[in-house]
Ligand binder design. Structure first.
Ligand SMILES: Cc1cc2nc3c(=O)[nH]c(=O)nc-3n(C[C@H](O)[C@H](O)[C@H](O)COP(=O)(O)OP(=O)(O)OC[C@H]3O[C@@H](n4cnc5c(N)ncnc54)[C@H](O)[C@@H]3O)c2cc1C
Ligand code: FES
Ligand code: FES
Length: 469
């Protein structure tokens, strides 16, 4: 996978490493894109990965005196979902993050990683571009601020230099006269890359549109603005006819391709519908109803600190798994899944897709549910891991979730059951009395392809009653 794995502790160390090894290194944050790309041999010749996930201070979300919101490089999609500031002042971004992948992926995947991967289908680009975001790019020679509009130069190509990293995103907060909405069409409700997505952001004074931004995703080599539709909207009142006309004009701006996910025609059609829906939501002012107020993040990190990378020598992984200390050599270029199964021999954590899709490999990393197939093994250094074996009480008594799975016949094929159990256990730790929608959301990163989800959901509902007792 890589020759060297460096755990970076400061931004100074990061810029120094980037300057010294230009072209042969790659930053890893959550790894949810990079690990898949490495597996698919996109980065042949990669010498060193620079793990920035423990640099302190980069996980902050804040606002300055100029009403600019600052989103640090390590802010994850789930951090965005939990942020009252972003819910209040950057809601389209929250809508987008709620549609990214699954809770396990959102616990590791960062917004900045999403922007840098630069896929035209990535979800956070459209809202941040519509809101006029900029990126702070830092290197040993200084910093520059690049508007997101100017960051992309082609499919998966950006102006980021090999010696630079993205320190933060800066986005103007939405003003009282502004409203926006993000919409996405995909082949499934979760764990699905966008067929198309869009974001609209309108500035409205006395019922008249003063400024409009409409950004479209997955319909061109980069995210684009629907400029003619934006111009059309200015000076208009937002009524049904205006919405229908604007959506039609916006769809004309798209030049989609046909691929495995959708045909060109289907993309054009869905795009028009999405723009219509987004504008309608702004007209009615009911965007906040588009996502639940509380979304399961499968993260109970409170009280558990991410341990510093003390004593990392590039090889020996010192970690705690299910309460037991381990020191493991020879696994620094493997995944956490491989370390757990192949080296420790804990076979309850299953290997399914190894691409983050199925959730069979779900474990807890410092209190967060994550898919271990996309976590580099060295990320376990100094961390606490819990696997399905650690869920059972020391005297062998099953966890209430496990009991409920047995009682409700929810152990179907058996292979994906540990992953479901892990997600359910974490859900009930986070939200002890979830409703059905919350349960569905919580297990959206765990796939069953044999039977279905009814019995699994019933079991989790039943377990929630027992856990409450
Ligand atoms: C199963 C699955 C489903 C997914 N579903 C979605 C989805 O629905 N919507 C969506 O938009 N995405 C989706 N993704 C993609 C991915 O989860 C996101 O793009 C995620 O936000 C990437 O963030 P990361 O921290 O994991 O990035 P990483 O994988 O760590 O890094 C991604 C890229 O960014 C670079 N990078 C990271 N941080 C920095 C930095 N600070 N400075 C410079 N370069 C940096 C890395 O070198 C790498 O090239 C999915 C991925 C998987 C595997
Ligand atoms: S998500 Fe890890 S094996 Fe499928
Ligand atoms: S329970 Fe495993 S595929 Fe359905």
């Amino acid at each position: 996978m890589w020759k060297n794995y460096r755990i970076i502790e400061t931004t100074e160390e990061l810029t120094q490493q980037l300057a010294q090894h230009q072209g042969t290194t790659r930053i890893i944050a959550g790894g949810t894109d990079l690990m898949v790309e490495i597996r698919n041999r996109k980065w042949a010749g990669l010498e060193t990965v620079l793990d920035i996930s423990r640099i302190s201070g980069l996980d902050q979300i804040g606002r300055d005196e100029n009403q600019l919101i600052h989103i640090g490089a390590l802010v994850t999609h789930n951090d965005v979902l939990r942020s009252p500031l972003l819910r209040e002042y950057a809601f389209p971004l929250v809508q987008a993050c709620a549609r990214v992948a699954s809770p396990q992926l959102r616990n590791r995947g960062t917004v900045v990683g999403n922007l840098v991967t630069a896929s035209p289908a990535n979800d956070t680009i459209s809202p941040l571009m519509a809101m006029g975001a900029s990126l702070v790019l830092a290197s040993q020679t200084g910093e520059r601020v690049v508007p997101l509009d100017e960051f992309y130069i082609g499919v998966r190509q950006t102006v980021l230099r090999p010696d630079e990293y993205v320190r933060e995103i800066i986005v103007p907060q939405l003003q009282p006269n502004q409203a926006g909405s993000f919409k996405k069409s995909a082949l499934r409700r979760a764990q699905a890359i966008a067929v198309t997505n869009c974001c609209v952001l309108l500035t409205i004074e006395n019922g008249i549109i003063q400024h409009a931004a409409i950004t479209l995703g997955s319909v061109a080599p980069t995210i684009i603005h629907a400029r003619e539709a934006e111009d059309y909207l200015v000076g208009k009142r937002l009524d049904e006819n205006v919405i229908a006309t604007a959506a039609g004009i916006a769809a004309q701006a798209a030049k989609p391709i046909s691929d495995i996910r959708a045909s060109q025609d289907y993309r054009s059609y869905t795009l028009k519908v999405l723009v219509e829906q987004a504008l309608e939501e702004v007209r009615l002012g009911n965007q906040k109803e588009s996502i639940p107020e509380k979304i399961a993040t499968l993260d109970t990190k409170e009280g558990i600190q991410t341990h510093p990378a003390e004593g990392w020598d590039g090889d020996l992984i010192r970690t705690n798994i299910n309460g037991q200390e381990y020191a493991i050599a020879g696994y620094a270029d493997r995944t956490l899944l491989s370390l757990i199964r192949d080296r420790i021999g804990l076979m309850g954590t299953k290997s399914g897709c190894e691409e983050g899709e199925c959730g069979a490999c779900t474990v807890f990393l410092d209190g967060k549910a994550v898919v271990s197939c996309l976590v580099p093994a060295p990320r376990a250094h100094g961390a606490r891991i819990t696997t399905i074996e650690g869920i059972v009480a020391p005297d062998g008594e099953l966890h209430p979730v496990q009991e409920a799975f047995v009682e409700h016949d929810a152990v179907q094929c058996g292979y994906c059951t540990p992953g479901f159990v892990m997600s359910a256990v974490k859900l009930l730790q986070e939200i002890p009395n979830p409703n059905r929608e919350t349960i569905q959301n919580a297990i959206s990163g765990n796939l069953c392809r044999c039977t279905g989800y009814y019995k699994i959901i019933e079991a989790i509902e039943s377990a929630s009653l027992k856990v409450k007792d």
